[in-house]
Ligand binder design. Structure first.
Ligand SMILES: NC(=O)c1ccc[n+]([C@@H]2O[C@H](COP(=O)([O-])OP(=O)(O)OC[C@H]3O[C@@H](n4cnc5c(N)ncnc54)[C@H](OP(=O)(O)O)[C@@H]3O)[C@@H](O)[C@H]2O)c1
Length: 313
């Protein structure tokens, strides 16, 4: 079968290849998925560029964590899953999972049935970003009626955070460049502010929660009141954390996404209820993985970049 492979650290065009490897065999508690599509995330390109572990996230020369496809083999001690089930997963994260391949091993704890409302490409693009957005809102404790500010409302995580916050009944304010405002509103944002418009950002009234999805980005001072929850997926410097704490924010948390089949099942239920869609920025074949990674590296994507492994699925 085909599998993506890195030859070492470096630019995508120099180190990304497709090789031939044996089809994997599932161990206890695992299934093999015939991969239809696998999403790309900024972490994929950061890991490839440096060829080192990224915190707890393991470097692997055979990349990929997001996956959607059909179960083709079931390992020992697996109940409730059958060959032919259409599934999606964030597989094994932060251990290596090798989903940018024709077949991939997935622990059943990470699996959920793919929503029937989504194409295979949409399901393959969603898991890491959707679980990140889900956890950010959970840690921030977002509930109906609250005001939530999402910094970076058009990126891979942010556009899902907008929809999931809306599904929780929140009033959603998001930042995005002006060209993307109509799209961000179509996902449910009540107000969209251009992140270059400092006057409008400064005028943002206090919110109950801020979700930060953009590197090196601080919440606007006016958005923080006593008890505003601030959750970042990119991290703050110690100085930034101290400032936000002085303004009264609490809690202030950095999160790392975790694999979870049960959470993906809840995400799938929202999708099938018409409350969550996947915006595809672009689709690439496995042989064009280097170009797909270069697209992610622009930092300008709208929604998700996905690699379609089996166009017939
Ligand atoms: N902690 C975790 O578990 C976790 C999980 C997933 C991702 N992450 C990290 O979170 C970051 C975002 O991930 P992602 O997948 O959402 O990235 P992404 O899809 O690459 O984000 C691209 C988007 O960011 C927008 N953007 C750029 N600068 C902005 C700014 N100053 N304000 C608002 N929007 C801005 C761009 O819009 P324009 O084109 O209009 O500029 C574009 O739509 C990455 O660093 C990633 O590694 C962390």
């Amino acid at each position: 079968m085909r599998s993506a492979k890195y030859s070492g650290a470096g630019p995508a065009s120099a180190v990304v290849a497709v090789i031939d490897v044996p089809i994997p065999v599932p161990g206890p508690g695992e299934v093999v998925v015939a991969v239809a599509a696998a999403g790309l995330n900024p972490v994929d390109v950061k890991i490839r560029a440096a060829a080192v572990d990224f915190g707890p996230i393991r470097y692997t020369d055979r990349p990929g964590w997001d996956v959607a496809g059909t179960i083709s083999a079931v390992g020992p001690d697996v109940a409730g899953w059958s060959v032919g089930d259409r599934v999606f997963a964030l597989a094994g994260f932060p251990a290596a999972a090798h989903t940018l391949a024709d077949y991939a091993v997935v622990p059943v704890t990470d699996l959920a049935l793919a929503p029937s409302a989504w194409t295979a490409a949409q399901a393959g693009a969603a898991p890491l970003a959707a679980l990140t957005a889900w956890n950010a809102l959970e840690v921030a404790g977002v509930v109906a009626g609250q005001r939530v500010l999402i910094l970076g409302g058009a990126g891979g995580v942010g556009y899902l955070a907008v929809q999931l916050a809306k599904a929780r009944g929140a009033q959603v304010i998001a930042t995005a460049s002006t060209a993307k405002h109509e799209l961000v509103r179509s996902w449910g944002a009540d107000q969209v502010i251009d992140y270059r418009d400092e006057a409008s950002l400064a005028a943002t009234a206090a919110v109950d929660a801020v979700i930060v999805t953009v590197n090196d980005t601080m919440p606007p001072r006016g958005a923080i009141a006593a008890g505003t929850a601030v959750v970042t997926i990119t991290g703050f410097s110690d100085e930034q954390t101290a400032s936000i704490a002085r303004w009264g924010a609490s809690p202030i948390r950095k999160i790392l996404v975790a694999a979870s089949g049960p959470q993906l099942a809840e995400i799938a239920a929202l999708a099938d209820a018409g409350k969550l869609t996947v915006q595809l920025d672009s689709e690439y074949a496995l042989e064009d993985l280097a170009a797909a990674q270069e697209r992610v590296e622009t930092g300008r994507v709208t929604g998700k970049v996905v690699v379609v492994i089996d166009p017939q699925a």
